[in-house]
Design a protein around this ligand. Structure first.
Ligand SMILES: NC(=O)c1ccc[n+]([C@@H]2O[C@H](COP(=O)([O-])OP(=O)(O)OC[C@H]3O[C@@H](n4cnc5c(N)ncnc54)[C@H](OP(=O)(O)O)[C@@H]3O)[C@@H](O)[C@H]2O)c1
Length: 290
């Protein structure tokens, strides 16, 4: 199709899935933050001038912003860096795209909501409870303001998939249990585990259909973190007795978390996107190839 697709933050788990999903059909360009892909151009979203030079050089048609400051607790102590990466970086990218006919895709989180709604739609009022979530709300706003007609915002939740850094919940849990440790897991935090390949697939689908705007993009299950941990153990053949259920307040996490955010996905399915994998299928696909 001749389009030039730039994945910013291609070394992260979603970045990797996006590269895989677009490769072959498009000219895919990858930019990584610190590695681990030697030879790829580097991008630091906190460095607006450097990011703009990269965009000028690569001249992409579609820009997928998979890079972000994702450490929720880290954002509490590094609020300024978190804002530069998650708000000002995407704003600069969207400003660059304006007038050049480029489309920007920004990934956001279920945690823009506070968990007080039974199910949140794309139009529900946001209410972030921590600095990471606040930065994502402001990142969304920045991209909408700079590029009102030509953006996609995909809000997702609890991502898992192949991950070179092995940082996601599934692989960290598996690694700790395999190493013989125990893991304390919140018993009262609920969410919708989502396979990175599904979010990548929805991204490609929406871009190819010329759809813009905000979409919720999460897996079909809504379950507690501890339930998810037990299903990971069942799927990977790990000892679930070494997963300890703990109420959130006993985890003493610096950032406050919303406990039960459920994203409604009717808009994405009405657009005709493929259904996302449930946890069993997603974990089965991950098993053996993480
Ligand atoms: N993971 C989840 O459960 C989840 C849930 C909801 C929404 N999201 C959103 O989904 C997107 C992808 O997340 P993910 O799960 O793929 O996270 P990830 O695996 O941690 O990847 C994030 C990537 O961002 C890069 N990065 C960090 N600082 C950067 C900077 N200053 N400039 C450019 N890139 C930078 C990281 O590079 P280094 O490692 O080299 O620093 C890493 O490659 C993010 O926008 C995140 O907020 C994630």
């Amino acid at each position: 199709m001749g389009r030039r697709v730039l994945v910013l933050g291609a070394g992260g788990q979603l970045g990797m899935a996006l590269v895989q999903k677009f490769q072959g059909a498009y000219e895919v360009m990858e930019a990584v933050h610190r590695g681990p892909k030697p030879g790829r151009p580097l991008v630091d979203l906190a460095d607006a001038a450097g990011t703009l030079r990269l965009l000028d050089r690569l001249a992409p048609d579609w820009i997928l912003i998979a890079g972000a400051y994702c450490n929720v607790d880290g954002c509490e102590s590094e609020a300024e860096l978190c804002r530069r990466v998650n708000v000002e970086g995407p704003r600069s990218v969207a400003r660059w795209a304006r007038g050049r006919g480029a489309i920007v895709v920004f990934y956001s989180t279920d945690h823009v909501f506070d968990g007080s709604l039974a199910s949140a739609s794309e139009e529900s009022p946001v209410h972030p409870l921590n600095r990471y979530a606040q930065s994502k709300v402001e990142g969304e706003q920045a991209v909408r303001e700079e590029l009102p007609e030509s953006h996609l915002i995909l809000r997702t939740s609890s991502l898992y998939g192949p991950d070179q850094a092995r940082k996601n919940f599934v692989l960290r849990l598996a690694d700790r249990l395999v190493a013989g440790g125990t893991v304390r897991v919140a018993s009262d935090q609920w969410g919708s585990p989502t396979a990175t390949s599904d979010v990548a697939g929805a991204t490609r689908f929406l871009l190819e259909k010329d759809r813009t705007g905000t979409f919720h993009a999460v897996g079909p299950d809504f379950l507690s973190r501890i339930d998810f941990a037990h299903r990971i153990c069942a799927s990977f053949g790990l000892d679930a007795r070494r997963v300890i259920a703990v109420p959130t307040e006993e985890l003493h996490q610096p950032a406050r978390r919303p406990l039960r955010v459920r994203l409604g996905t009717r808009k994405l399915s009405a657009a005709g996107a493929e259904p996302f994998s449930n946890v069993e299928l997603g974990l089965a696909a991950l098993k053996g190839r993480p």
